[in-house]
Design a protein around this ligand. Structure first.
Ligand code: NAP
Length: 263
């Protein structure tokens, strides 16, 4: 099923589930920047929440807010029993330490999965695993290659694939071209998350049976582009736009519902 249809189907299921609850799951988004890309992401989260009947509330603060005041605000929501999920939209202003803020969110409400003790897996890799399973992509015992090792995508992706018993190789900017070619030629599942438009292109020899998951979002005047060149000769390739971004948004709602149920 194409990702758009899969996401719509899952959203309808979530909507149905939420309609039967006594109270609506509540997600607070704290935003402390005036970044247009963040504004767009937040708008998407508010829209998604409204679609499934969740109560998603934006608490927008001035970028001049002090770190102490931001932590006080986070603690207010951490201790509010009517708030089930809490996220702080990145990026933060320079005077605020990102790690301290991530560690300030109650791990049981951390539906972004950024706290090391969070009850939740980060949305992008979790959404990818759920989608691969829905597509009946075999993961156990398969060769998975993750290109990129960031804290929000590459690293947790590697962990989740390993938890599914894949043979996982993680590649990064220090990997040589010849090693990149070697590992990719043996890969059954490739997740590319580097932030370079069309990094994974036809010059790499890939298995025709391979599955390529394109996490990249690269913007230029013509629109959004992935980290993989479109139409590679593989079994399945996720598109950009209309691909992993939708899975990430969906998974925030999935995590919110789990937070509501206290899982
Ligand atoms: P990031 O923090 O910049 O990390 C990029 C990773 O790619 C790093 O580990 C880096 O290696 C590696 N890399 C950079 N150049 C490389 C090269 N030439 N060869 C091999 N590896 C290379 O980025 P991120 O946050 O993971 O995001 C990656 C992309 O996914 C971006 O386009 C971002 O916008 C997108 N994204 C999409 C979603 C979504 O929902 N679709 C969610 C999050 C991110 P080193 O560690 O060695 O520097």
């Amino acid at each position: 099923m194409i990702i758009k249809d899969y996401v719509n189907k899952r959203k309808n299921e979530l909507k149905e589930e939420i309609s039967k609850l006594n109270e609506k799951p509540c997600l607070i988004i704290i935003q402390v920047n005036n970044d247009p890309a963040s504004d767009a992401y937040v708008r998407g989260k508010l829209k998604d929440g409204a679609e499934v009947g969740a109560n998603v509330i934006l608490d927008k603060q001035q970028p001049t807010i002090s770190q102490d005041d931001l932590i006080k605000l986070i603690n207010k929501y951490n201790n509010d029993p009517e708030v089930h999920g809490l996220i702080v939209q990145m990026p933060l202003p320079k005077h605020i330490n990102e790690n301290i803020i991530k560690l300030s969110v109650n791990p049981k409400k951390d539906v972004d999965g950024f706290h090391p003790m969070s009850t939740f897996s980060p949305c992008t890799p979790k959404g990818i695993i759920d989608y691969l399973k829905s597509e009946k992509v075999e993961i156990m015992g398969k060769n998975a290659v993750v290109i990129g090792r960031s804290n929000i995508v590459g690293k947790p992706m590697q962990i989740l694939l390993r938890n599914e018993s894949a043979n996982v190789t993680q590649l990064h900017s220090k990997t040589t071209r010849s090693d990149m070619e070697f590992y990719l030629a043996h890969a059954d599942i490739i997740v590319v998350a580097v932030g370079h438009q069309h990094f994974l292109d036809h010059t790499y020899k890939l298995k025709e049976s391979a599955v390529v998951v394109d996490v990249g979002i690269n913007r230029d005047e013509t629109g959004l582009h992935g980290d993989a060149e479109p139409n590679l000769k593989v079994r399945l390739q996720t598109p950009v736009p209309g691909g992993v971004g939708l899975l990430t948004r969906l998974t925030l709602l999935v995590n919110l519902l789990e937070a509501y149920h206290g899982i």
